[in-house]
Design a protein around this ligand. Sequence first.
Ligand code: BT5
Length: 321
Amino acid sequence: MKNKVLEALYEKKGEYINIDDLASKLEIPVSKVHEYITSLENEGYIIEISSDKEFKLKEDLTLLLPHKLKDKLNTSYIGKEIHYFREVDSTNEVGKKLAREGAPEGTIIIAESQSRGKGRRGKKWISPLGGAWLSIILRPNTLPINAPQLTFIAGVAAAQTIKDEYGLDAGIKWPNDVLIDSKKVCGVLTEISTKIDTIDYIVTGIGIDANIDVNLLPSELRDTTTSIKSELDHDISRMILVQKFLGNFETLYDKFNEGNFQEILRKWRQLSKTIGSQVEIRKGTEIIRGEAIGVNSKGALILELKDGTLRKIISGECRHI
Ligand code: BT5
């Protein structure tokens, strides 16, 4: 019924609707309509109520509103349940809470902006309006050791989407950055909760700098960051971006669940900007330099050091030099 109220708001596209009229049309008490309006406001919809009991949607139609997002979403379970926020601390934090409360696999959390967006290892992810900031709750039936593979899936899905939809030279820097040319446009943060030696849930967070004005980012990020908008010189439809991304993500995640990580790795290798590059890896205080010659079946980076020895890197900060 709440969705019916929302649909009525959308049908009117920003024009006022009389609350009494809507209540009788939906055959519910006026107090119920008020209740739904409050609940929609809590979800982030900006609703204006006039003194004479009329109300309308105040925001334009470019927000990533759940029912719009579901409209052309070509997935069977990813994004069937959407939690939407105008602003939230971190979609991953909300995702973990919902997962603990039993939210089903494929639930997504999406926000127009984040006040405490997270990168890896306590780093900040700057998340102003205009980006696509979302998290996906997953419950794969696999060992915890395979959880980092979700980061690969998200990276491949994001790079593929940006390449296919916008014809940009998107590729992946090991393990989790999507770059256009050499600038970061997207990051992935996978968080896992385990029960004994099984996965309880995984929350994979993806941040894509879609319609971000790079000049408005903190100065230290401006030279190393880009956005799809900056590359194309115009705004894109974030709705289509997110729908395509989720579709690509689900296809790859299905392959992962069928035990076919090899195919994901093959795509990752094709999209990789790291393989073949000279890199510097920081692991705590240790710095390792060498040529990245491949990734193994678990997603670890294989480096050939100056003296010809090979070194397997499971985690670390990678910089192309
Ligand atoms: C990442 O970490 O790249 C993971 C980013 C994940 C963000 C998503 S948004 C939805 C979900 N909810 C969250 O709270 N997080 C996820 P890492 O590889 O550690 O990179 C972090 C570094 O990227 C920062 O230290 C900055 O240097 C840089 N950075 C911060 N904000 C950025 C932005 N908007 N675009 C590009 N680079 C950024």
